[in-house]
Write a new protein. Structure first.
Length: 135
């Protein structure tokens, strides 16, 4: 039905994923993203479909791709949030730093960076405590 229209194919794929047909839906979305790697709507649907199917690493990779194509504070926050959900604090902080370099006055990015820095520190402390002998 979609033919060579990546936008339409991504919409069909997204509906299929929402209906529980994950494999065929993701196939359509991936194909659409390959045909239109700079089309935000296609990438956004692919990222959401990955999230719905529990493929958070793949969702984070697509979110990073979006930050390269569309420069807006919310785009960086979304990518950083996905990295945070994966407890990948280094990537989370790197993404927020890139966002702050582009939007130094963004209060949302500043707040996100402060919160992620705190979480990263707490995570490192917990990991160190877990690896140390109990006194």
């Amino acid at each position: 039905i979609a033919g060579r229209d990546p936008m339409l194919e991504s919409k069909l794929g997204y509906v299929e994923v929402k209906m529980g047909f994950h494999g065929p839906g993701l196939d359509k979305l991936i194909r659409a993203a390959k045909e239109a790697p700079r089309m935000f709507g296609v990438l956004d649907r692919l990222m959401k479909a990955y999230m719905m199917t529990g493929k958070m690493r793949e969702a984070a990779a697509v979110a990073e791709q979006v930050t390269e194509e569309l420069s807006h504070p919310r785009v960086f926050l979304r990518a950083a949030s996905l990295h945070a959900a994966l407890h990948d604090w280094d990537r989370c902080l790197q993404t927020l730093e890139r966002g702050l370099a582009a939007f130094p006055d963004s209060a949302d990015l500043q707040q996100g960076y402060a919160e992620a820095s705190k979480q990263a520190m707490e995570s490192r402390i917990s990991a160190a405590a877990a690896g140390s002998p109990t006194l």
